[in-house]
Design a protein around this ligand. Structure first.
Ligand SMILES: [Zn+2]
Length: 142
């Protein structure tokens, strides 16, 4: 079944917990929900089709753009090594150890997992960089 049609049915307590834990920002690109027209999604880090659970440890707050690009993927190819690597895991890994934001608004993966995730989630699409640049000018820091 199409992932988009299988949106997670969550209790409001679970959604609140996921949002609070993420401090209201996408856990992949750090885009703040407060700057988004539509609410962020609650994403299964490891999708159900990969036997990922509905446990809060497998959930993250995810902007719509990251969620649509991520889909059910759990791995991709690192552009530097051409090796298959797992995607960044928001519960098990530190964002700052895997990503950096440039003054131009781009997000750079600084590890194999970071690079694969930036590329798969298309984090540096022109419109996303434009939005991030505006946020940076307004004092946003990831
Ligand atoms: Zn995002």
């Amino acid at each position: 079944m199409d992932r988009a049609r299988r949106l997670v049915k969550l209790s409001s307590d679970t959604r609140d917990l996921v949002e609070r834990r993420a401090q209201g920002s996408c856990e992949y690109c750090r885009f703040p929900q407060s700057a988004s027209i539509l609410p962020h999604h609650v994403d299964h880090i490891i999708g159900r089709q990969h036997r990922g659970s509905d446990d809060v440890d497998n959930l993250c707050l995810c902007c719509i753009r990251c969620n649509l690009k991520k889909g059910p993927n759990i791995a991709s190819i690192d552009s530097e090594t051409s090796k298959i690597v797992a995607l960044y895991h928001p519960r098990r890994q530190s964002w700052r150890e895997h990503f950096a934001v440039g003054a131009d608004g781009s997000i750079r993966g600084v590890t194999a997992e970071g690079r694969a995730t930036v590329q798969l989630l298309d984090m540096n699409e022109e419109g996303r960089i434009r939005l991030r640049t505006l946020l940076l000018r307004r004092g946003w820091r990831p």
